[in-house]
Design a protein around this ligand. Sequence first.
Ligand SMILES: [Zn+2]
Length: 331
Amino acid sequence: MFTLLLLACRPSVPLSEVPIEGGTAEQRADVRTGLLAFDEAAGSGRVTLRTIRIGQLDGYAGSYDHFYRRIDLDEDTTNFTFVLRHELCHALVEAEELLDPVPAVIAEARDGLFSSVRNPNGSGGYDTEDFETETVANFCESGPSGAASAASVIDGGPLDADPELRRRLGAWLLDEIWQGQPPLPPLLLDPADVIASEAATTELRPTEDPSVVADLFDGRTFDLYTGAAVAADLPAVGSEESVAPGLAGAYYDDDGGSRVGIAGGTSAFIVTWDLYHLGSLSAFLANPGDGWRLVGDGSAHLPRTVFTADGEVWTSWMEDGTVLWTSLPGR
Ligand SMILES: [Zn+2]
């Protein structure tokens, strides 16, 4: 009872000031970073808490207690900021009564989520009365860029199961949760700058010669700026990979060709957002140095890769047996 009174008396404070107890110094620093990022993307001061505790939880990664204004995080969780974002979304839903009444788009997403094989109930055992807040928190996990991608991308690829509901859900998350996140502006490519060649795959990579790229598949080499085959015996080397931050919640293909960037310049990222029963959404994003944008309409459905060459970021894709590539404009 004494503990309860103490907790109840401790004030609920902005996320920048919430005491973080337990865990390692590194974990506490990760949590603080996640708190500040949430405040920036949702709008400062919308969620206040009394405390965050890192410790041993019994079979779940995190929880939010609205009575105590407290988040608990499991110390063994591998993706800390992901779980934290999920719990902060619960806190915001409660603080602003965003589900009273339940919006139609959330009810529609709930019905699919809790009747599908991807039902998150399988691991957590949620009560029926929590279905709506879990629906919001599960989609909210993808963060502000995930919601902005979900709201905007036209063709999310072969696993994009319900693009129409996905767009409405993304728009709701942007409106109600991520009020500090603008919709992702497009980065437009000039068709006049597109270079074509007969390479076997889209897997182009830089070589030691800045103006020559190699086909990773068959080793043939091409002039970066004309597409002409060149007789250079140069092996492919790796792209630069200095990628701007800010796409928390995204997954990518670790095998290369989906995440590159020049330090202080443009970054490009072919990302995948996990959307539970709505499948997954692929989006093509680039950051020319002033924030992430959707490249074109953001669609990443064509076989596509990104690479660096001659101090710039490039993308290549295949159309009708021809490989095409173009640079992504910088600032
Ligand atoms: Zn939850």
